[in-house]
Ligand binder design. Structure first.
Ligand code: ADP
Length: 656
């Protein structure tokens, strides 16, 4: 019987595992790096042990050290969470060697599914349908290109060792093939130290439907139905739901049984997910099997009423599965939205920084927030930028969606750029409401996701901004107009300065004796009164009083509004057209990262869209292309250089 486990992970999943372990009376040991000394998973666990520096290879990926610590603390099981060591077969093997239960499948099963190409070979033998493509060992670029031509464009290049959408490139035409292959290989080498590639037919309008399976050590296996994870950016899921809308009972059963066939083909044990692409004609194709608990497992927990971590622990204890297939049912509908520190307006690039304030929607039996951070914590460059998962449940899809939107609107994360407003737009969009789910949802419905309808009028915004600025009494932003003849108890004029959406605004207002203001707006003068407490701003106008969640740091004020969070910049930067002009021809690093390659040199002319520089940040490659045809005046960086966000990389003179 396992009564003490070590969780070889961090963040929300470590906290999640600790929660179930506590419920079962199992003692927990957290591990942490230098960056996580004060992290929530460390606080929640019964014991915590330091591993090493922030960089994952020296902490959360250091399997030998983790096993050493586990032995010294008398731990009987290691839960790997997802990511890090969760799909590392030799780690699972080492655990077994030291008589520690790896809470996951056997090393052989991990190995069998660890390579997407080997997995496809096994599935082919088990008669599970595959996406047409090449998954062999011949990696000669010309050979792969021939295969791509045979399959027919568009194709998808995929790293056999891939995960998290890394090492993947769509190719639409023969002439793009080698560039895409090189980029995918480089990203794969960097992330997985393995650049074996497969080529697949790129299906243009599929859905991503995956099946949760569970097997025990006694030959039993069940499927806990499906999740639709079609809404993705950069091949990474952002909103998942269960069950998959519109899936017929017969198709559900067929896919569930195909998934179990896949699991049985490799003698699988524990929690696993078989991912399929579902085409509009109802055909489905095996994509890969993830041999671990998935990020999105909570939606399955909501619709089945089961605790999957509890199931994992009972399988690890050699028990039979808690339920048989006929005892499992779907109740209602669940959504999960992933809250990321990233900028949807800048290619979803991760953002880092201090989480000045987090206001979460209230949890309940049908609203769950899985997170590993609290206000004051830092989103660092070292780990995944996911801040939290918001999971909701209700009787029907429509009702659950209404709860999701309401909760997203209550969610406020200040200090880093997040995707919350974007999630609100996705969830409120007509195509999403109508469940028009395809994996290219984000690109296909880009226009519907602009979400301008709910944005308030400039006058309403201005009033709120003025109230906010006044309420935080930031002197630099409120300039008195008649300082010299200022007299107490007399109304006096001032200018409120701030910036929203990179636009500087100056508003004139007159302070009245009773502490209210008369604000000059383009629509006419408006009377208002503002005050705040720790969390809220109260604004009273002729039409009543509104309250808004508010937070601030030295630079910004954030206000939560109906359409999302409004970020006001307090101190105005020095505007100068000169500076803008000076940067006009510069190619700027989008964020902190490493120069992977620089394709041009000074004196070279380039065409619009030519590849100039490849920057790697958080293990993702970003290609910087020429915004126009021009002459490369100077290159400021070399391959391998570390750069900060907004560093100038190349100066490019425009040529007509
Ligand atoms: P990873 O392991 O990196 O997450 P997957 O193989 O699971 O990669 O694929 C991630 C996503 O990429 C899928 O959910 C799907 O949206 C898209 N995708 C993968 N293969 C194909 C394909 N052959 N055609 C179209 N889209 C695909």
């Amino acid at each position: 019987m396992i009564n003490k486990i070590l969780i070889a992970n961090r963040g929300e999943i470590a906290c999640r595992v600790i929660r179930s372990a506590k419920k079962l009376g199992v003692a927990t040991v957290a591990v942490y790096s230098d960056a996580d000394i004060h992290a929530q998973h460390v606080q929640l666990a019964d014991e915590a042990i330091h591993l090493g520096p922030a960089v994952a290879s020296q902490s959360y990926l250091n399997g030998d050290l983790i096993i050493e610590k586990a032995i010294s603390l008398g731990v009987q099981g290691i839960h790997p969470g997802y990511g890090f060591l969760s799909e590392n077969a030799s780690f699972a093997e080492k655990c077994a060697k030291h008589n520690i239960v790896f809470i996951g499948p056997s090393a052989d099963a991990i190995r069998a599914m660890g390579s997407k190409s080997a997995a496809k070979t096994i599935m082919q033998e088990a008669n599970v349908p595959l996406v047409p493509g090449y998954h062999g060992s011949n990696q000669h670029p010309d050979f792969l290109r021939d295969k791509a031509n045979e399959i027919g464009y568009p194709v998808l290049l995929k790293a056999a060792a891939g995960g998290g959408g890394k090492g993947m490139r769509q190719v639409f035409a023969d002439k793009e093939f080698f560039d895409a292959l090189n980029a995918a290989k480089r990203e794969a080498k960097n992330s997985f130290d393995d650049d074996l590639m497969l080529v697949e037919k790129y299906l243009t309008e599929p859905r991503h439907v995956e099946i949760q399976v569970f097997c025990d050590n006694h030959g039993n296996g069940v499927y806990l139905f499906e999740r639709d994870c079609s809404v993705q950016r950069r091949h990474q899921k952002i909103i998942e739901e269960a069950p998959a809308p519109g899936l017929s009972e017969s198709l559900r059963k067929e896919m569930g049984e195909a998934a179990l066939k896949a699991a049985f083909a490799i003698n699988y044990t524990g929690a696993g997910t078989v991912e399929f692409l579902l085409d509009s004609d109802g055909s489905f194709y095996f994509m890969e099997m993830n041999t671990r608990l998935q990020v999105e497992h909570p939606v399955t927990e909501f619709i089945t009423g089961e605790d999957l971590v509890e199931w994992q622990l009972s399988v690890a204890n050699n028990e039979v599965l808690p339920k048989t297939q006929s005892e499992l049912n779907i109740t209602g509908h669940a959504f999960e939205a992933r809250i990321y520190a990233e900028d949807p307006n800048n290619e979803f690039l991760p953002s880092t920084g201090r989480l000045v304030k987090i206001l979460e929607p209230e949890g309940s039996a049908s609203v769950r927030v899985d997170t590993g951070v609290i206000s004051g914590d830092e989103v660092s460059i070292y780990y995944d930028p996911m801040i939290a998962k918001l999971i909701v449940h209700s009787d029907s899809r429509d009702k659950a969606l209404a709860v999701l939107i309401r909760c997203l609107k209550q969610y406020m994360v200040c200090g880093v750029t997040t995707n919350i407003d974007y999630l609100i737009q996705v969830a409120s969009s007509v195509p999403f409401q109508q469940a028009q789910l395809t994996t290219d949802f984000i690109e296909r419905h880009a226009d519907a996701l602009k979400g301008t309808e709910n944005t308030p009028h400039l006058s309403e915004l201005s009033l709120l901004c003025a109230s906010a600025v006044i309420s935080v009494s930031s002197e630099a932003n409120v300039i008195s107009e008649n300082q010299n003849n200022f007299r107490l108890n007399h109304s006096h004029a001032s200018i409120v300065k701030f910036e929203i959406n990179q636009q500087a605004l100056e508003l004139k207002q007159v302070a009245l004796k009773d502490g209210s203001f008369e604000l000059a707006l383009p629509t006419g003068n408006t009377w208002y009164k503002a005050h705040r407490d720790a969390n809220n701003l109260y604004v009273t106008t002729q039409s009543g009083t509104g309250s808004y969640a508010i937070a601030e740091n030295h630079e910004h004020i954030w206000i939560q509004m109906e359409y999302g969070t409004l970020c006001i910049t307090k101190v105005l930067p020095d505007y100068g057209t000169d500076a803008d002009e000076a940067h006009a021809g510069d190619i700027i690093a989008p964020m902190n990262g490493t120069i992977v390659d620089i394709m041009v040199q000074a004196g070279q002319t380039v065409e619009k869209d030519d590849l100039l520089v490849i920057v790697e940040a958080m293990k993702m490659e970003h290609s910087l292309r020429a915004p126009y045809s021009g002459l490369v005046k100077e290159c400021f960086v070399n391959k391998g250089d570390l750069v900060d966000g907004s560093d100038i990389l190349v100066s490019l003179e425009k040529q007509e």
